[in-house]
Unconditional design. Structure first.
Lengths: 208, 162
């Protein structure tokens, strides 16, 4: 805004600089001619009116008009040229300012976009690491669960198999007892624990 | 004298029976002795039948003590005292114990544990084989059933290796 204001003021000053001399010049010409006419009227009016023929006067008037027209044209031309130059300059300035503003905004946009992209990439990397860690943890847990379930099933199968075989043996052997053949085996069992029995007898004797 | 029990007298019940037999014998012996003293003509009571174990213990006793009512009573008292104080072992088998098994185990116990030990025999078919010995505060389960139950975890491994 400040730049537009300055340009506007400069244009104003330029226009004032153009129109002010023209106005002064016209004022001078007007007042000086009036004064001449006034003084001539008092001192030489009769002489001029008496000496200058109408054709001369007309010629002078025409010449003055031409001069005035010429000055006016040249001034208008200069003003037009100045105006065109100023317009061009303003146009260039506006274009330059617009380009700079657009470039600046574009640069800011790119910077922010790069920052956002960087931040997004960092977040994505963190998320990828977290997901990978969770995947590994999940894999380990699932593997452990599968292993535990496998061991449990194997134990269950073993237990049931053991129970089945035991039950079968108990049922099969229930009515096939032959004590006669077990005599040496029973004696052998007692022999293996002879010391324990003796110790027990000794303890009972001590108590008594 | 230290009593030496026959292998046939293994359990407290057997000893009870022996004492009962000896009481009858002592009673008969006393009555018979009195009748002899008074020369009674009619001796109606016959000598009671004694088991081989009773005969054996009477013979042992008579070798060191003159046979009389008093000495027989002393023998009976000794046996009763022994019954009260003797260590008792209970053996449970998978079937009713045969005489041979009874003698074999009782002899082993008296030779290796204590000379006067009494062995009570019981049976339980569920044991399948082997025996369960209860002595004092201990129970020793050497039954086949126990071995099968203890080894049930080994069956799957054995089957896998087969």
């Amino acid at each position: 805004m400040n730049i537009f204001l300055v340009i506007f003021l400069l244009v104003d000053v330029l226009l004032i600089g153009i129109f002010a001399p023209m106005a002064i010049r016209h004022a001078q010409a007007h007042f000086w001619h009036k004064k001449q006419e006034g003084s001539g009227g008092t001192k030489h009016g009769a002489v001029q009116n008496g000496h200058l023929p109408p054709s001369v006067r007309e010629h002078l008037l025409e010449e003055a008009q031409r001069n005035f027209q010429h000055v006016l044209d040249s001034s208008a031309k200069e003003l037009q040229q100045d105006l065109a130059a100023t317009t061009l300059e303003i146009h260039k300035l506006v274009e330059k300012m617009g380009t700079e503003a657009v470039a600046s905004e574009l640069e800011n946009y790119r910077t922010r976009l790069a920052e956002l992209q960087k931040k997004t990439e960092e977040d994505m990397a963190g998320m990828r690491e977290t997901i990978a860690a969770q995947q590994e943890e999940l894999k380990a847990k699932v593997a452990a669960d599968i292993q535990a379930e496998k061991a449990r099933l194997l134990t269950q199968i073993d237990t049931r198999l053991g129970d089945a075989v035991t039950s079968f043996l108990l049922d099969a052997m229930q009515y096939e007892v032959d004590l006669g053949a077990q005599g040496p085996y029973l004696t052998k069992l007692l022999e293996a624990h002879k010391d324990e029995f003796k110790k027990e007898v000794g303890d009972e004797t001590k108590v008594e | 004298m230290k009593l030496k029990l026959n292998e046939a007298i293994s359990s407290p019940n057997d000893l009870h029976g022996l004492i009962s037999e000896l009481r009858d014998y002592a009673k008969w012996y006393g009555q018979n002795a009195i009748k002899k003293q008074v020369h009674a003509k009619h001796i109606t009571h016959e000598q009671p039948e004694l088991s081989p174990a009773a005969k054996a213990i009477l013979q042992d006793w008579a070798s060191e003590h003159p046979v009389s009512r008093a000495s027989l009573d002393e023998l009976i008292q000794s046996l009763e005292k022994h019954l009260k104080g003797a260590p008792i072992m209970t053996v449970t088998l998978a079937a009713p114990a045969t005489t041979g098994i009874k003698k074999q185990l009782t002899a082993w116990c008296r030779d290796n544990i204590a000379p006067g030990v009494l062995v009570r025999f019981e049976f339980n078919r569920n044991l399948l084989g082997g025996m369960v010995v209860r002595y004092g505060s201990h129970i020793y389960d050497w039954s086949v059933r126990r071995q099968i139950l203890d080894g049930r975890n080994k069956f799957p491994e054995v089957l896998r290796n087969a």
